[in-house]
Design a protein around this ligand. Structure first.
Ligand code: PAF
Length: 284
């Protein structure tokens, strides 16, 4: 099992000591139930820094009232042994009370990036994420924090947040890790039946093919309509959204002349899946 601490003061004592010894520290924030995509974040952190901390905290503030907070998969012992196998130096596993003591009341939000995409159906989600990440950055004071590109809107929000709040942590984004059939790895994939799982694998195929056609210069509006009907037909559910956005500001775009992102969210029988694909503008 990897060494773990449960309090902010123990976390700080370790990280401060490493900093005094001139180590660079990477933080990988997670909600546990670790899988290969988390390990890719750990490995990315290890490439840049000489010490790695993984936080494990299922953050209630980013779940809506009807979402799966209670049922979200958890397995602390398994997580800690997995982290030991990957030579993680420290896990931070705070209790609910450690993170949110009785009179806790601050909310961090990034309105310019949370009026769109996932925020339309999960209105309080990103302020929950931003609040817990701001706390984690202050608690751990990492040199680098590592996030997956699968949660692309989250990644852009975190980048904006550290800039706005002058948090001296560099944010490192890691490309989405996929199953062999291309489905983006997610803790929530365990909710899918075998049949649903097969349908879910169509999502990335449709996004990838659409991204290719867009980069070849095909008209965005037409490609989005086509991709939407493919998602309906092949996945069997209507996406919550399918949008082509500016890669940094997440503003919707109709003409492709800057790096963009094609993003979707789709609920397959109560399991909400998200995925996105980079789209480069045509070269000619
Ligand atoms: O991406 C996640 O797992 C969570 O949103 C995060 C960043 C750990 C915050 O709780």
């Amino acid at each position: 099992m990897t060494t773990f601490v449960r309090t902010v003061s123990d976390l700080r004592a370790r990280v401060d000591k490493w900093h005094r010894q001139s180590h660079k520290v990477a933080l990988v924030p997670t909600m546990g139930y670790l899988h290969n995509a988390h390990i890719a974040l750990v490995e990315a952190g290890k490439q840049i820094c000489s010490r790695t901390v993984v936080s494990i905290f299922v953050n209630p503030r980013q779940f809506g009232p009807k979402e799966d907070f209670e049922k979200y998969p958890r397995d602390e012992q398994r997580d800690l042994s997995m982290l030991a196998n990957h030579q993680v130096d420290l896990a931070f596993v705070p209790s609910l009370e450690e993170m949110y003591p009785l009179k806790f009341s601050t909310v961090v939000s990034v309105p310019s990036l949370t009026q769109t995409l996932c925020a339309n159906t999960r209105p309080s989600h990103f302020s929950g994420v931003a609040t817990v990440c701001a706390k984690l950055f202050n608690q751990c004071r990492p040199d680098v924090a590592v996030f997956g590109e699968k949660d692309y809107q989250q990644l852009q929000i975190i980048r904006h947040l550290v800039k706005d709040l002058d948090i001296p942590t560099e944010i490192c984004g890691v490309p989405t890790v996929r199953e062999t059939d291309g489905l983006a790895i997610s803790s929530r994939n365990v909710y899918l039946s075998k049949q649903e799982r097969a349908r879910a694998a169509q999502i990335n195929l449709i996004l990838a093919a659409t991204a290719t056609r867009l980069t070849e210069g095909h008209e965005p509006a037409k490609e989005l309509t086509n991709a939407l009907s493919q998602l309906n037909k092949k996945v069997g559910y209507t996406p919550e959204y399918l949008e082509l956005c500016d890669a940094e500001t997440l503003a919707p775009i109709t003409e492709l002349n800057t790096p963009a992102r094609l993003l979707t969210a789709i609920i397959i029988n109560r399991t909400r899946l998200i995925d996105n694909w980079p789209v480069m503008p045509p070269t000619t």
